[in-house]
Design a protein around this ligand. Sequence first.
Ligand SMILES: Cc1cc2nc3c(=O)[nH]c(=O)nc-3n(C[C@H](O)[C@H](O)[C@H](O)COP(=O)(O)O)c2cc1C
Length: 337
Amino acid sequence: MSVNLETSYLGMTLSSPLVVAPSPLGRRVAGLQRLEEAGAAAVVLPSLFEEQIVHDSYQVHAALEAGAGVYQEAARGYLPEAAEGYTNGSERYLALLAEARRTLRIPVIASLNGASAGGWVEYARRMEDAGASALELNVYFIAADVEETGEQVERRYLDLVAAVRRAVGIPVAVKVGPYFSSMANMARRLVEAGANGLVLFNRFYQPDIDVEDLKVRANVELSTSAELRLPLRWIAILKGRVKASLAATTGVHTAEDVLKLVMAGADVAMSASALLRRGPGWLTGVRDEMAAWMEEHEYDSIEQMKGSLSQAASPDPAAFERANYMETLVTYATPTL
Ligand SMILES: Cc1cc2nc3c(=O)[nH]c(=O)nc-3n(C[C@H](O)[C@H](O)[C@H](O)COP(=O)(O)O)c2cc1C
């Protein structure tokens, strides 16, 4: 018997739930090819950031304006309108995307990363034109303004999602963090605003303090499987309650992690840390282990397993909420003092 690992995500049929999350591994087409060969079912490119786009368009504008109005012969500036041969970060991104799309057989998802609706969102359309199979919008925002209310913060997300939705015809997945007062309601409203998929969750990189140098240090620490529980819970809660694909990111390190997520209701599991630590071969190992486990436990397909332990399907739905919290604390095996 052979098991069917296929899954559907954002309306696409993927060969398995194993998707490469945005990370520096996706910066070059040669690297992307290795990931595909090792078994990636789709790749999400590293993000193009709002700050990069705004910076680049400012630079282009400044270059075009240089000399404008000073001399008669250059009333509109010395550079031609479409600054020929100009390659900035955003242009390079689109070139990488187009080349990846030409070279790979698997879907290539472009990632746009920002925090406010604005002209930069226009790049969503340019990503679609460059061949993106779908778009992942990462909204990474720290609500640090004491004047800004929760409602205003949520509005910011929804406006941004709606703006991107209006800009493109391809599927849009929205990657967010878990820090909303009502995560379930926010998930529903993100979908109403136009998200075809939710990517749960953004991992917030917390700054540290170096007590010797008296400096704030921003360094990235890779995740472990222990961090899987947060996306696992919310995917289980949201499965069947929002009309959107569900992707898990943060803490995917083993075949068992992926199987748990699929049982909770995930359509795909995305990985960055495991791939950064172990390289593309990690994908092959996890895919083979998943297939072997499923065969041993008599599952025919991922679709059959999907959502079998979501909150809606679970024999113990309270386990995903407060009841489980109290029980866990009260029954903790305490050492005798
Ligand atoms: C070095 C590094 C770079 C990353 N760059 C991006 C990025 O450009 N855009 C994005 O949405 N996420 C980015 N991420 C986040 C990952 O895509 C992923 O969501 C996160 O690391 C959690 O998954 P993990 O536990 O598999 O690492 C990055 C992560 C790492 C470690």
